[in-house]
Design a protein around this ligand. Structure first.
Ligand SMILES: *Cc1c(COP(=O)(O)O)cnc(C)c1O
Length: 472
């Protein structure tokens, strides 16, 4: 049996890693100089690295380990499925039991008439599927001109050509000639940075109405869909003003535009509901899923599609699209076991009634720190903005992200994995986190922000720059 053990010294692992492993979203030269952090095991909400350091993982890996690390039941589900049927495909009129069972389970969990699942291997792939699916749908409806998909600046929808095009991240668009044609981006509902003197509610309405303006400009007969994360994740955990989503919903309904909710982060309990759409009162036609559906124990993504859309697509002949691993039986078996645990251990109620409210209170306390302008959370998602001037919401007099990066590095040293997006610090811990672990998280966050603040002051960077706090 091949057991991947940590049999080499850390420096040797780092050297081999730098020599042969091209990393996602990483500057290779810098990595080579510093050496990657080697994670060797994990249990509950804690990671252990190759030097034996234990860290509280406030990011649940990459927003995905919803039930926490070390659940044997998922390993056993994978093992049993591999013995019974390790692989078969779902192309050309074949299927298998795990894919059937998972599709049925997801249809039951999803709100409204979202009853049909197209499986993919990841969130990016699922969003690629969505691009083709909505264009194919409108063509089948006799409206082939409806091709444009409207998304938002600073959105994250994955890293494939389609996913990155839907996303609104400029550093991603710059590499590889993106976005693809017929994808248009409007403003994000990020009040702290972009709201100026407006109230959050007025600003939320204004940003939602950019969708109506874009539809007016392009023509309703050209717009296929609007895609958005219920709460932006990778953009900086941006919780929209309450006015935003009802107005978006009204506009999509009024103009016959399909609404795609990218639930890759907000799905499977992170907001205290099964889906963020339920927590925020959104009625999507399609939901993108991945990450928490398996708690990251296996790669799996998909699109959950409404009856009306699925019927049209089913009647339109072959959908010339699919992935070798669509509905992979091992991933599907692990997803089913993960969903069973989420349900039977009442994890959603834990987020909604216990851990979520407690985190909200403790996290909000960080806003008392002199370098924190805002600290907000929703369920198990939290974001806070670092600023040298709370009153004016100013940015630092240093390139965006300078202070955030320092803060993140200090967090790591203090045993806390917290991410930075520009000068915003973000968390997305495992949903099973306890009150005592939340105390530890917030304690380490405060100490780390404090340490960063002292450093920033000593270096003369605790000064307001010309702009408002940035997070890109
Ligand atoms: C992570 C993410 C994706 C991409 O998922 P992958 O599995 O990394 O391809 C898409 N949308 C959102 C909102 C995400 O957070």
């Amino acid at each position: 049996m091949t057991v991947i053990a940590n049999h080499l010294p850390t420096e040797e692992l780092q050297r081999l890693d730098a020599a042969h492993h091209l990393h996602p979203f990483t500057a290779g030269a810098e990595l080579k100089a510093k050496g990657a952090r080697v994670i060797t095991r994990a249990e509950g909400v804690f990671l252990t690295d190759s030097d034996g350091n234990r860290m509280l993982d406030a990011m649940a890996g990459l927003w995905c380990v919803n039930i926490g690390y070390g659940r044997k039941e998922l390993a056993e589900a994978a093992y049993a499925q591999m013995l019974q049927l390790p692989y078969y495909n779902t192309f050309f009129q074949t299927t298998h039991v795990p894919a059937i069972a998972l599709a049925k389970r997801l249809a039951d969990l999803a709100p409204g008439d979202l009853n049909h699942v197209f499986f993919a291997g990841s969130g990016s792939e699922a969003n690629d599927t969505n691009i083709r699916l909505v264009r194919h749908y409108w063509a089948a409806m006799g409206k082939p001109g409806k091709r444009v998909i409207i998304s938002r600046k600073n959105a994250y929808h994955g890293s494939t050509m389609g996913g990155a095009s839907l996303g609104g991240m400029e550093p991603m668009h710059e590499q590889g000639g993106l976005p693809l044609p017929d994808i248009v981006h409007i403003g994000q509902p990020h009040w702290y940075v972009e709201g100026g003197d407006m109230s959050p509610e007025a600003f939320g309405l204004m940003r939602a109405r950019e969708l109506e303006e874009a539809i007016g400009r392009l023509g309703e007969d050209r717009v296929a869909a609007f895609i958005a994360e219920p709460i932006q994740g990778a953009g900086g955990v941006i919780i929209p003003p309450d006015s935003y989503w009802p107005e978006i919903q009204r506009i999509c309904d009024a103009h016959d535009i399909l609404l795609i909710a990218d639930e890759v982060i907000t799905g499977f309990g992170r907001t205290g509901a099964w889906f963020g759409s339920q927590a925020l009162g959104i009625r999507p036609d399609i939901m993108t899923i991945a990450k928490g559906v398996t708690s990251g124990y296996q790669p799996l993504g998909g699109s959950i599609v409404a009856d009306g859309v699925a019927e049209v697509v089913n009647e339109a002949g072959d959908f010339n699209h699919g992935y070798t691993y669509s509905g992979h039986p091992v991933a599907a078996a692990v997803a089913l076991e993960n969903l069973r645990i989420l349900e039977e251990e009442h994890v959603l109620a834990h987020v909604r009634d216990v851990a979520g409210p407690y985190l909200a209170e403790e996290w909000a306390g960080l806003a008392e720190h002199p370098m924190v302008g805002e600290a907000k959370s929703f369920g198990m998602l939290g974001g806070l903005q670092l600023t040298p001037d709370k009153r004016t919401r100013a940015a630092f007099d240093a390139p965006a992200g300078t202070v955030g990066l320092r803060c993140r590095e200090i967090c790591f040293r203090n045993g806390l994995v917290m991410r930075h997006v520009g000068d915003r610090m973000i968390i997305s811990p495992p949903l099973v986190i306890t009150a005592a672990e939340i105390d530890l998280l917030v304690e380490r966050a405060w100490a780390s922000i404090d340490e960063a603040c002292d450093q920033i002051k000593a270096d003369g960077l605790f000064a307001a720059g010309p702009g408002v706090s940035e997070n890109a």
